[in-house]
Design a protein around this ligand. Structure first.
Ligand code: KG4
Ligand code: ZN
Length: 333
């Protein structure tokens, strides 16, 4: 007790998970490849594909977890933040499913869930810890005092770190989402080949819009001299861009750790799948006396496993919602 079914549909991944007494026993993720050729997620297409994916994903998750729908004790779902049309599919499905089976509903905040993914597997961070949450839509340094007591102490003023990866990839003519591809090419390149300026932002906030423009101008200038510049130096460009983004992210995290005197440090969100970020952070464990927590790959990018674990902790607190609940494109902690 309890067995919770969880639904995630905030962006372009339809995901369904099962949490059995705090353990994730299924985490099905249906990726949408339809957006690859558009250079970004097309909201209308995303919600249509969610509608096609959701029922098979639920059936698959229940089969993998070896539970029947009659054994479920609650349904958790992502309420927001995210694309409204995408959220609507998951929220409507969760509400009808719960109504039909007479189950309580649990509304989960997607950004909190990215952080709570750290409570799926051992080792788990100890409160209070700092979490750098880096995804396609968010870049936040969060002071996590308890499961549902979180405070954003720094965040991006414009683009998110994932956008910096994806927009650079677009400049380099790589398909969407470009983050994983930059990561892949970076492995064969020299991170010190090109230097990009670090944004000078006060405090613990970030900015990536100027960084993206700097890359755009750099590539344009190089291409004037050699039209095949990108093709010839792709690995070095990717390695240098990744090195810069990772440095920008970790410099502020270092500052936050010092300011709050916290050594329990975690990362979460899609960009935490980046090998450069993971490796550099792990190296800092020793040099900075930190204890570093990095989620397993399947729990970094959008997934319902993290919604399920957040739902589990809300279940323990008796935090349920009624059938009137609606999705929220923007949602604070
Ligand atoms: O958390 P997430 O799956 O979705 C949002 O909630 O936004 O994050 C998606 C973002 C995309 O920008 C994607 O390019 C980036 O995470 N991403 C990566 C890597 N894997 C995913 N960025 C860099 N390196 C990766 N390996
Ligand atoms: Zn996300």
């Amino acid at each position: 007790m309890p067995i919770i079914l969880a639904i995630e549909s905030s962006c372009d991944e339809t995901s369904v998970a099962v949490c059995n007494n705090g353990k994730i026993t299924a985490n099905v993720i249906a990726n949408q490849t339809i957006h690859e050729n558009y250079g970004g997620v097309i909201p209308e297409l995303a919600s249509r594909v969610h509608q096609q994916n959701i029922v098979p994903a639920v059936q698959q998750a229940l089969a993998i977890a070896k539970v029947s729908k009659n054994e479920l004790n609650a349904v958790a779902f992502t309420r927001g933040p995210g694309l409204l049309g995408s959220l609507l599919v998951g929220v409507s499905f969760a509400k009808s499913f719960a109504l039909a089976l007479d189950l309580p509903l649990i509304a989960v905040n997607h950004m909190q869930a990215h952080i709570l993914a750290h409570f799926i597997d051992e080792p788990m961070p100890k409160f209070p810890f700092l979490c750098l949450t880096v995804s396609g839509g968010h870049t936040q340094i969060v002071l996590v005092k308890d499961y549902f007591d979180m405070e954003i102490v720094g965040e991006t003023l414009d683009d998110a770190a994932g956008e910096a990866f994806d927009k650079t990839a677009k400049i380099l003519n790589l398909p969407y989402p470009g983050g994983p591809l930059i990561d892949k090419y970076a492995k064969e390149g020299n991170p010190l080949a090109y230097k990009f300026p670090e944004p000078q932002i006060q405090g613990l906030d970030y900015s990536f819009s100027g960084f993206k423009t700097a890359i755009l101008y750099f590539i344009r200038n190089q291409e004037k001299a050699d039209p095949a510049f990108v093709e010839k130096h792709l690995a070095d460009i990717c390695a240098s861009v990744q090195y810069s983004i990772v440095n920008i992210l970790l410099n502020k995290l270092k500052k936050a750790a010092k300011e709050y005197q916290i050594t329990e440090i975690a990362i979460a969100g899609g960009v935490s799948a980046n090998s450069g970020l993971r490796n550099t952070l792990l190296a800092m464990e020793e040099s900075h006396g930190w204890k570093v927590y990095i989620p397993a790959f399947q729990y970094c990018t959008d997934n319902a496993g993290m919604i399920a674990i957040a739902g589990y902790h809300q279940f323990l607190k008796g935090n349920f919602v009624g059938q009137k609940v609606s999705p929220m494109a923007r949602m604070n902690f």
